[in-house]
Design a protein around this ligand. Structure first.
Ligand code: PGA
Length: 248
């Protein structure tokens, strides 16, 4: 079973999402081999909960607050996401790390809040182009994962998926090669092994994200150690996304 996560980012109004779901969901016929989760904008979650009812498609969010409740104007809590039917939440996406200054301490707090609210976590990690070019991929991934998972119990890793998303590949049309992905996934599993156990390193779900399209999805998904993909731009057109799903 491969896991496919769509990240809509800040795209589509509620009416556009409704249209999209009405096109995609009834035609998604690969539930036996694809665990599909759609990470929608907050404004569409409530309606999507009803539109997805009875279909094998999970609802996801793209962020949550590191605080529980109260005086945090404009923020969305873990409890709110859980109540609206969210299964999984993306945490630590590079756009949030860079544009919204989310550091590893905040990411660690968000993961703990998500777990407390029984939400699954899709933790994004990945190196910049400068780090890649100076051979710092390993160090970057190790640091990001160790900081993010600090203080977690091994059994909590069941609720964590790690998405390897090299920053230079996100939205650029330049995907990492299967070889580069295999290397990064090996590093990710090694960090989990060092910090938790061999069992945890084998069992943790690891995805690749960054310019995945219908042209490269088949080879990416086959890369050793890869359990699925996180797809941004290419998930936004329902027909194009159905085509990608048909190739898995
Ligand atoms: P992309 O985005 O597929 O458009 O490169 C992936 C992501 O940001 O998660």
């Amino acid at each position: 079973m491969k896991k496919i996560v769509a990240n809509f980012k800040m795209n589509k109004t509620p009416s556009e999402v409704k249209q999209y779901l009405m096109t995609l969901v009834p035609r998604f016929d690969k539930a036996e081999n694809i665990d599909l989760c759609l990470c929608l904008p907050y404004t569409s979650l409530s309606e999507a909960k009803y539109l997805l009812k009875g279909y094998p498609v999970k609802l996801g969010a793209q962020n949550l607050s590191e605080c529980e409740a109260g005086g945090n104007t404009g923020e969305i809590s873990g409890a709110m996401l859980k109540d609206v039917g969210v299964d999984s939440v993306i945490i630590g996406h590079s756009e949030r790390r860079s544009r919204f200054k989310e550091n590893s301490k905040i990411i660690n707090k968000k993961i703990k809040i998500a777990l407390k609210n029984r939400l699954n976590v899709i933790l994004c990690v990945g190196e910049s182009l400068a780090e890649k070019n100076t051979l710092k991929t390993l160090d970057t991934l190790r640091e990001q994962i160790e900081e993010a998972l600090k203080g977690l119990y091994e059994n909590e890793l069941e609720s964590i998926t790690i998405a390897y998303e090299p920053i230079w590949a996100i939205g650029t049309g330049k995907n990492a090669t299967p070889r580069e992905i295999e290397y990064a996934v090996k590093v990710i599993r090694k960090v989990v092994e060092d910090d938790f156990s061999t069992k945890a390193s084998k069992e943790i779900c690891v995805l690749y994200g960054g310019s995945v399209t219908n042209k490269n999805v088949a080879s990416i998904i086959k890369a050793k150690g890869v359990d699925g993909a996180l797809i941004g731009g290419a998930s936004l057109d329902a027909n194009m996304f159905l085509n990608i799903l048909s190739l898995i």
